[in-house]
Design a protein around this ligand. Structure first.
Ligand code: AR6
Length: 180
């Protein structure tokens, strides 16, 4: 499923594994320790190779952890991309602990980093909706709202945003949200 902004930029929804989808930048759902983990984080490190963790080690030595709602960039190792943006989503604790703003901030930060690097295509997983427990419907609405707002700006280097959804159910939820 696709959506096109008034400025001609696209959102594409795709079901699958984000490590197999080519894009200039691939977004990871990381943790504040930048320590790797399961879910999409595990898949990205496995497919990308050890170089990504070496770069994260260096970032950790320099700046410590990555705050929730923020992101850091590394190269993409063996992944079909130039960069990986490691975004740290909030752990969902009922929705009244700043989670919506923190999740929105992840998307905004990744899009800002994309503009700085002249990225044309960027792929996102459904940040925070796995281990971190964010309800998919709410997370989809926030992700799509932030990306649409970005793509509707008059000048962006980003031309296409791909949401790679893991499983049919996640895809259907995003599709329903994009249709609204
Ligand atoms: N491609 C695309 N999406 C995926 C993939 C994949 N290969 N694998 C899982 N997903 P999660 P979080 C989906 O748990 O909730 C990690 O251990 C998954 O179905 O990966 O932000 C980190 O190190 C779900 O919809 O990330 C952190 O400690 C979405 O990706 C913590 O989990 C996010 O699920 C972050 O939790």
């Amino acid at each position: 499923m696709e959506w096109t902004s008034a400025t001609g930029r696209k959102i594409v929804l795709q079901e699958g594994d984000i490590t197999r989808v080519a894009a200039d930048a691939i977004v990871n759902a990381a943790n504040t320790a930048l320590a790797g983990g399961g879910g999409v984080d595990g898949a990205i490190h496995r497919a990308g190779g050890a170089e990504i963790m070496r770069e994260l080690d260096a970032i950790r030595r320099e700046t410590g952890h990555c705050a929730t709602g923020s992101a850091v960039a590394t190269s993409a190792g063996k992944l079909p991309a130039k960069y990986v943006f490691h975004a740290v989503g909030p752990v969902y604790r009922g929705g009244r602990h700043g989670e919506p703003d923190l999740l929105a901030s992840c998307y905004r930060q990744c899009l800002r980093m994309a503009e700085e690097r002249e990225v044309r295509t960027i792929s996102f997983p459904a940040i925070s909706t796995g281990v971190y427990g964010y309800p998919l419907e709410e997370a989809a609405a926030i992700a799509l709202r932030e990306v649409k707002a970005h793509l509707e700006q008059p000048r962006t280097t980003v031309q296409q945003v791909i949401f790679v959804l893991f499983g049919r159910q996640a895809y259907e939820v995003y599709a329903a949200s994009l249709d609204k």
